[in-house]
Each structure stands twice: as structure tokens, then as C-alpha cells.
Design a protein around this ligand. Structure first.
Ligand code: SF4
Length: 915
């Protein structure tokens, strides 16, 4: 059944007789044509009636006049909004010395708005204007207006509001081009300039108006009171929060749609808030129960007149802009990594495996920005497994195209270059969906619009060309799909004025949104705006406009529900004063219909019982101490990492990150401990010599950093890093001096430990022999101090337990396993031991509250834990069971794989539904 969104009955004759109909906007045009199409359903062919938005009709009139050689229309080019904005930006830039602005591009918009409003409200004819000229903002505005007009005159350009004034003046010349009659539909309160135009037209042709009948009895304050003339027409409900409100709204609308699929159901939202997202969530939850897809292209349950998305947000457009950005001297490495695996680029499928490996190399080796030439060099290494000749060739062609262009050229030339460069990458790829086709058409139109501003900008560099392109893409709303079979529509209160409804739900009507806040034109005198009752100029205007809109809405619908919620986070909200006379009733709910909806439309969920154990079938000889530490923390994490090979993509280096600096310090400490390997040597080393040894120990670390990050390790950075390492090494030696006798007996010693199918290999940073011949195993750490929970049943870290277990096969003399913490906060040694000979500050086991036993008892316990965890891993326990809950998951990179968050939210939802 077709849904009636607008009753065209009263002017059906006009449409059938092909007489011209004008509306305030394209929205109304579309809905009228749609209804006319429904009316004509079954006819073999029918003519599109001449229904136009007023601005489009005026542009057509101008073009016809120009085509007929009528002066001055044939000499002036009509500007679109974006071209006008570009001219304003140019004028603001030109006067920046007199009127300095932080961002001329951003200021151009409110200046252009002020200009349009002043033209539409005939402000420049207002006698009171002269008194306001001393105001600083207004005087700046007048200067910019004069410059704008002078520029347009010199370049034979004209903006739309100036064009209307000119059309009005020359209406006599245009008379042969005017239609016999005009029907004005839905012009409720047109600005004075349009009124003047309509009056002038009415003196020459037949001009009629159509608007829905006004009813005096239901206007104004009485509208939503209990004394309303239509009792039962309104309902007011209050909910604790927005989510509950949205769910009730969705239940109600789906129920209405189920009862009658010919009904038009409106949900009025505030587009400045996140209502669209919350409603999508509520629809998804109600209809699918477990599946969440909030993208605007996903299976819609409603028509959205204007979504929150802009053309810049469309995936293919984003991809095009990222490709164009490769023209920058320095390329963002992270973005490039994403880009080269895009399925929309030619050659990705053929080189996918190599590109994945290339990404790992780039992430490990390169800094956050890099040159395109460096990227090409890396991917051209033909003996490597990340050799990507196809991609390298595309980059070469891309660069060659740019190289042939001058650094400054006209915008049109930049657009041509961008188009050629995109072709090199095979953009936009094979178009598969109508949404992508729509985006593609909008992209082409945007480029044409941009090209039309070429003369305004003159010759520009690449940075400016890209900035203007991005600015335009952020101003174009992404076209929404429209399904005429869907009977629920989401729209703003203003948009709703152009439709008829069977039911409307007005969501979130709190006092901040109804009436909408004051929004005056920034550069026009407030007093004049208020006197002329310009839109947004005062709270009184907003109130009157809101009342009028609500009145119209109530006439256009059979049933109007108004709701609001009490809390937004911690903030308590009050309902809009416009509806507070209407009594709140408890929400009746729709449990029956919700159940039937689930039955009709919900996805059937299949329950799969996953195995909890998958025994190891092959030997594992890689993994180090991390394998058992991960098993201890979360069995699934160990399974995913060491059996599935799941790993997080390495993060791109943002400068010198803590890991890189930590490994540099590690290396420097190794070199220092090899040189000054006894207490005696440290104590007897003269200050100069000590400084020299420290400096020599640091150099291998600096060259390691230079190899890893050639772009970052400039001489200045290297000097800073030398200074940092030298301070840390000085502090380290001071701490060593306080220790009783010791000798460094080994550094970086390789060890292995095996059990059944597991063979783990690792390195101990350092082994010290103490005065009594016993051994202490040491691991350097440069980060913040951490609780390793060595005494728990499932310790956080099994590095030290494994060290002592591996070494105990060769020596029974190990009396301590220690962490040597060296960082900017200080130097310290800590770890379990009974022995007092290591450092006077070390806390002994006897004083540890969390373990009640001796070092040998701890060794026994650790041995038991290590073997138990190794058995667990071999038997293949893969439970998603983080040992310390969210604390364990906090730094884990696998939540997307184990789906812990989804499990927790499903559990919460089940609990919530049960209650
Ligand atoms: S996120 Fe938590 S539950 Fe998931 S694998 Fe990591 S530690 Fe385990």
C-alpha cells in the first residue's frame, strides 16, 4: 500500500494541467512529485508537472533571460552558494590588515548568512541602518559588503539574493518568459523580498497560494492544553532517559506501522543532537535483537530527510581524499597503511599478502610521517616478501603526474590532476551499491561546483586546492536513500512542516530544544533584527515560530505524541514550557506488539556451543615467557596469540615512544654492566673515567635509535637522548655502589625450558654472583613500577618464575629473581628473595604479607604453577576468562577477537530484560 505523505488533492487539477507550482524548497517538490507519481500509478506514461523550488525556478528564469539575450542577464553569471562563500573568504582575506580574523574561511559563512538575510529582509532599505554604522562588527560587515559587490561587479557575477532584486526591477522585460499562472504551495512566512516578488508577479500573471487551512481556535498557548478542542489527539509522556524514550517511540511507531502499512508516521528529532543514532540503535534492538549496524546505508527501517552525514563522510569520497593527500611532501604512514589495502584500489587483490607484510614492515620501521619516495624504495625490494611492484608503479605514475604540473595553478587544473591521479589507482573501483553510485554522482557534481570557483581563487598551490576541496565536501549533505514503501520518517520540526502525517512522535521536547535557541545573524545589529522579527533574532521570535510550527504540525496529523526525558547523564532537564499544560500520562507500553514483531521480523538466532578445549596437536617452540604469562592471565589470549598467531598491528612510531627508548636504555645498561662488572670496579672508577664509560655505553643505543628512526634522530634529538641516558646510567651506578659485593657473571644469557610439546626460549638480562657465590637473576625494566602478583595462583607475569626454573637445571645456587627498575623516578631493585646480601633496601620475603613462606617454598610453588599452566596450554583451554576481569583486559589488544565487550553487554542486556 502506498503511503500518503502530502495531500495533493486540492491542487491536483493544477498539476494535471501542467501549470507551474512553486514551493519554498526541494523537499516539498519531491514529496509533491512522489504523490503525483502514486496518483498516476497504472498510467502508461505521464508528464512531470512543472513543480520547482522557488530558487531553482528563479535560476531557470535567469538562464532563459540570458539565453534570449536580455540585458543584463546575459552578461552576469549567477553564483551558487559555495562560489559566494569563496568570494566572501577572498574579501575577508583582502581586508585582514584592517579587520584581522583568526579564521577567514570560518567567518565567511556567518558573513554570507548576514548578507543574505539583510537582502531578504530588505535591511539595506531600512532608515535605522545609518544609526548603527558606528558599531565595529557592523561597520566591518558594511566594508566587506562593499568589497563583495565591487568584486562581483568587476567580474560580472551576481549572488542569488541580489539576482532576485534585479529580476524584480526588470520584471517587465521578463514578462514573455513568465508562465501564465503560478501556484505557490507551502509558503507560510516568506521573507519580505520574496513577498515583494510574489506581489510583483501577481500584477502580471495569475498567482494563487495554497496552504493548509489555518484554524484560529487551536493556535498559540491553547494548543497543548487540556482545554484543547481535540481531546485525545495529544499524548504526553515522560521517561527517565533518552534511550528509554527512544525505545518507547520505536515500539509505538512499529506498532502503528504493523497495524496499517499505509500510515505515514513521523518522528521529530533534533538533528543537532544524537537522536538519529539512538533511534537507529532502538530500531535495531527491537527488530534484530542481536545485530548492530548503525551505518546510514544499513537496511533502513525509516526514511531520513537529512542525515547527519556529509559527502566528506562517504567511504569512497574519504578514499579519494586520502589518495589525493599523497601529494603532500610528507605522507601519513598510518593512513598509507590503511590505504594500500583498500579493496577499491586496482591491484590490491593480486598483491594483498605482500601488502599486509609491507604494512608490518612500515609500521615497525617508519615514523608517523614519511616521504612517498621512501615508501617506494621499501616496497621495491624485490627479494623481500613485501615486494609490491604494482603499488610501487602506481605511486611512480602518481608522482610523475604531479611532477609535470606547476606548483601553483588554477583550481580547474588541480581537479584535472586529481582525476588523473585517482584513475592511476583504479578509483572508484567497481561500484556495487546504489549508495556508492549516489556518492559517485555527488562527488562528480562537487568537482564541477569546485571548478566553477576556479576564476575566483586564481592560481593556488596544492595545499590550498586540497583545503578548498575538503571545505566543499564538508558542506554537502550526503544524499539519503528514500524508500517510498517505508512509512516511518525521521525529520526535524522545520522539515515536518511540509508533510501530512497519521501519527507524529515529537522526541526530547525539553526546554533547551523547544523552542530552539536564539541564533541571530552575527554581523547585523540585533535591535534591527528583532524589530523586523528576523528568524533566530530573539527568544520571542523563536517562541512564536515554534508555536506556529507546532500548530501547523498538530493540524497535519491525526495523533500527536510529545515526550521528553528527565536526565541527560547527571543533568536534570525540564520539559518545554510549550507543553507543560498538557497532562503527563504513564506510558502504556507495547509488550504484545513487541512480541509479535519479534516473531514476525526478528532474526532467528542459532546457538552454537563452542568447544572449551582444543588440545595441542603439534610442538610449539616459540613464545618465550610470554606464552605462560598470557595463559596465566587469560587462556583465550594465549590460544589466540600462540596458536592462531593473532597479533595487534604494531603502532606507528609517534616520535620516540617508551618502547623504543626502553630498548635503548636496555642496550646501554648491558654495555655498562659488561664494562663495570664488579662492585670494586665501580667504586674505584675515577669520575672522569666513569663519565667516559657511560658515554661509550650509550653510543650503541644511539645508533640503534638512528637505524630505527632515521627521520626523528636528528643531531639535536640524539643529543637530548644522550643526556637522558647518561642521567639514568649515573643514577644506576650510584645505586650499584650501595650494594654489597657482587660480580656480573652474565648478560643476555640464552636459556630454554621445555615440557612435553612446549619448548620455550628466552634471555636473562643479567646474572649476578654475590659475595657468598650464590646467584641473583635480574631483569631490567624502564617503565613504571608494576604489581607482578608473583604470589597469586595465576601470577600476572611468569618471567621470573620461568628464569629460576630454567636455570635451576644447571645450578641450585639461585637465591633471588629480581627486577632492576631504572627510570626517571629513580632506581630500585625488588623481587622475591630471602637473601640480605643483595641491597640493603630490598624487602625480604619474610616481610611480605602476601606470601607466607621461604624462598625455597616459593620456588616449589612456582614450579607447580608453571607446570600446571603449561599443561593447561597443551590441553588447549580456550576460555575467555581474564584472571582479573577488566583489569586484565585493560591493555590487551584482542577484545575484537574474543568479543568480551559484546559478551558483557549481552549479559547486561539479558539481566536488564529479566528485570
Ligand atoms: S580482551 Fe580480555 S578476555 Fe579478551 S583476550 Fe584479552 S584478556 Fe582475554
Amino acid at each position: 500500500m502506498s503511503v500518503t505523505r502530502f495531500n495533493i488533492e486540492p491542487f491536483l487539477n493544477t498539476l494535471q494541467q501542467q501549470r507551474t507550482v512553486l514551493t519554498p524548497n526541494n523537499r516539498s517538490v519531491n514529496v509533491i512529485l512522489q504523490e503525483y507519481g502514486n496518483y498516476q500509478r497504472g498510467s502508461r506514461a505521464w508528464l512531470r508537472p512543472p513543480v520547482f523550488a522557488i530558487d531553482i525556478w528563479l535560476q531557470q528564469l535567469w538562464t532563459a533571460a540570458a539565453a534570449n539575450g536580455i540585458e543584463p542577464f546575459d552578461q552576469l553569471r549567477l553564483l551558487d552558494r559555495f562560489s559566494e562563500q569563496c568570494i566572501w573568504t577572498k574579501q575577508l582575506d583582502a581586508s585582514s590588515e584592517q579587520y584581522p580574523l583568526l579564521n577567514t574561511g570560518l567567518t565567511a559563512n556567518p558573513v554570507a548568512r548576514s548578507y543574505h538575510l539583510s537582502s531578504q529582509w530588505l535591511l539595506f532599505e531600512d532608515a535605522a541602518l545609518a544609526e548603527q554604522q558606528h558599531a565595529q562588527d557592523f561597520s566591518a560587515f558594511l566594508t566587506w559588503c562593499a568589497q563583495y559587490r565591487a568584486y562581483c561587479k568587476a567580474n560580472q557575477l551576481i549572488g542569488l539574493s541580489d539576482a532576485i532584486a534585479l529580476l524584480l526591477d526588470r520584471l517587465d522585460d521578463l514578462e514573455p518568459l513568465l508562465p501564465e499562472s503560478l501556484l505557490l504551495v507551502s509558503f507560510t512566512e516568506p521573507p519580505p523580498l520574496y513577498e515583494r516578488l510574489f506581489d510583483a508577479l501577481a500584477t502580471r500573471i495569475d498567482v494563487q497560494r495554497f496552504s493548509r487551512a489555518e484554524s484560529k481556535t487551536e493556535a498559540g498557548d491553547l494548543l497543548f492544553s487540556q482545554t484543547s478542542t481535540s481531546p485525545g489527539k495529544f499524548g504526553r509522556y515522560q521517561f527517565p532517559d533518552l534511550e528509554t524514550e527512544a525505545r518507547a517511540c520505536v515500539d509505538h511507531c512499529l506498532e502503528q506501522a504493523r497495524l496499517d502499512d499505509g500510515k505515514h508516521i513521523g518522528i521529530i528529532i533534533d538533528q543537532g543532537k544524537n537522536h538519529e543514532f539512538v533511534l537507529r540503535k532502538a530500531f535495531d534492538r527491537r527488530l534484530k535483537m542481536s545485530h548492530c549496524d548503525f551505518s546510514p546505508d544499513s537496511n533502513p527501517q525509516f526514511n531520513l530527510l537529512q542525515g547527519s552525514q556529509l559527502l566528506a563522510d562517504a567511504k569512497r569520497v574519504e578514499l579519494a581524499v586520502k589518495l589525493i593527500e599523497l601529494n603532500h611532501r610528507q605522507v601519513d604512514t598510518e593512513k598509507f597503511c590503511h590505504l594500500m589495502q583498500s579493496a577499491q584500489l586496482a591491484g590490491t587483490a593480486e598483491e594483498l599478502q605482500q601488502r599486509i607484510k609491507l604494512q608490518l614492515v612500515l609500521r615497525r620501521k617508519l615514523a608517523s610521517t614519511t616521504r612517498l619516495s621512501s615508501l617506494r624504495t621499501i616496497m621495491n625490494r624485490d627479494s623481500s616478501n613485501y615486494h609490491c611492484p604494482g603499488l610501487a608503479d602506481q605511486l611512480l605514475q602518481f608522482t610523475e603526474l604531479a611532477r609535470r604540473c606547476p606548483s601553483h595553478q588554477m583550481l580547474q587544473a588541480w581537479i584535472n590532476l586529481f582525476k588523473q591521479q585517482l584513475t592511476v589507482f583504479g578509483w572508484p573501483g567497481t561500484t556495487s551499491s546504489t549508495a556508492e553510485l549516489r556518492d559517485g554522482v555527488q562527488w562528480e557534481q562537487a568537482l564541477d561546483q569546485l571548478a566553477a570557483t576556479s576564476a575566483i581563487h586564481g592560481k593556488v598551490g596544492f595545499g590550498s586546492a586540497l583545503r578548498i576541496l575538503k571545505l566543499l565536501l564538508k558542506q554537502i549533505p550526503r544524499r539519503q536513500p528514500f524508500d517510498s514503501n517505508l512509512n516511518i520518517s525521521l525529520m526535524s520540526l522545520e522539515e515536518a512542516q511540509d508533510f501530512d502525517f497519521d501519527t507524529v512522535w515529537l522526541l526530547a521536547t525539553d526546554n533547551n530544544s523547544l523552542p530552539s535557541p536564539v541564533n541571530p545573524a552575527l554581523f547585523l545589529p540585533r535591535s534591527i533584527q528583532q524589530r523586523l522579527a528576523m528568524p533566530g533574532s530573539s527568544s520571542e521570535t523563536q517562541l512564536q515560530m515554534c508555536k506556529a510550527q507546532l500548530t501547523r504540525l498538530s493540524r497535519q496529523t491525526a495523533h500527536l505524541i510529545i515526550s521528553h526525558h528527565e536526565y541527560e547523564d547527571d543533568l536534570q532537564l525540564s520539559c518545554s514550557p510549550l507543553i507543560d499544560k498538557l497532562t503527563t500520562t504513564p506510558w502504556p507500553g507495547h509488550s504484545d506488539s513487541a512480541a509479535s514483531l519479534q516473531g514476525e521480523r526478528a532474526v532467528t538466532l542459532e546457538q552454537l556451543q563452542e568447544p572449551l578445549w582444543l588440545p595441542l596437536e603439534a610442538d610449539i617452540d616459540a613464545g618465550g615467557t610470554g606464552l605462560l604469562s598470557n595463559q596465566s592471565n587469560c587462556p583465550f589470549r594465549a590460544f589466540a596469540r600462540y596458536r592462531l598467531g593473532a597479533e595487534q598491528l604494531p603502532a606507528i612510531q609517534q616520535g620516540l615512544n617508551p618502547m623504543v627508548r626502553g630498548s635503548a636504555l636496555h642496550l646501554a645498561l648491558d654495555r655498562l654492566s659488561e664494562e663495570l662488572d664488579t662492585l670494586e670496579k665501580i667504586q674505584q672508577c675515577p669520575a672522569d673515567e666513569r663519565r667516559q664509560i657511560i658515554a661509550t655505553s650509550i653510543e650503541p643505543a644511539i645508533s640503534q635509535l638512528r637505524d630505527q628512526l632515521p627521520d626523528i634522530m636528528t643531531p639535536a634529538f640524539a643529543a637530548l637522548e644522550r643526556q637522558r641516558l647518561s642521567t639514568l646510567l649515573e643514577g644506576f651506578l650510584d645505586y650499584e655502589t650501595d650494594r654489597p659485593e657482587f660480580t656480573v657473571s652474565a648478560t643476555e644469557q640464552s636459556l630454554s625450558w621445555s615440557h612435553s610439546r612446549l619448548a620455550l626460549k628466552f634471555r636473562i638480562d643479567r646474572i649476578d654472583q654475590l659475595g657468598d657465590g650464590s646467584l641473583a637473576l635480574i631483569d631490567y625494566k624502564s617503565g613504571k613500577k608494576f604489581n607482578y602478583r608473583w604470589f597469586d595462583d595465576r601470577p600476572d607475569d611468569l618471567q621470573l618464575p620461568l628464569y629460576q626454573l630454567a636455570l635451576s637445571a644447571a645450578s641450585d645456587n639461585v637465591i633471588a629473581t629480581l627486577i632492576y627498575q631504572v627510570n626517571i623516578d629513580g632506581v630500585s631493585l625488588f623481587g622475591p628473595t630471602d637473601n640480605e646480601l643483595i641491597h640493603p633496601g630490598l624487602k625480604l620475603l619474610a616481610k611480605t604479607r602476601s606470601f607466607n613462606g621461604s624462598w625455597s617454598e616459593l620456588q616449589e610453588r612456582w614450579e607447580h604453577i608453571v607446570f600446571a599452566l603449561a599443561e593447561e596450554f597443551e590441553q588447549g583451554l580456550l576460555a575467555v576468562a581474564p584472571t582479573r576481569g577488566s583489569q586484565t583486559c585493560q591493555y590487551c589488544e584482542l577484545p575484537a577477537l574474543c568479543r568480551i565487550n559484546e559478551r558483557l553487554s549481552m549479559r547486561d542486556r539479558r539481566d536488564e530484560e529479566l528485570t
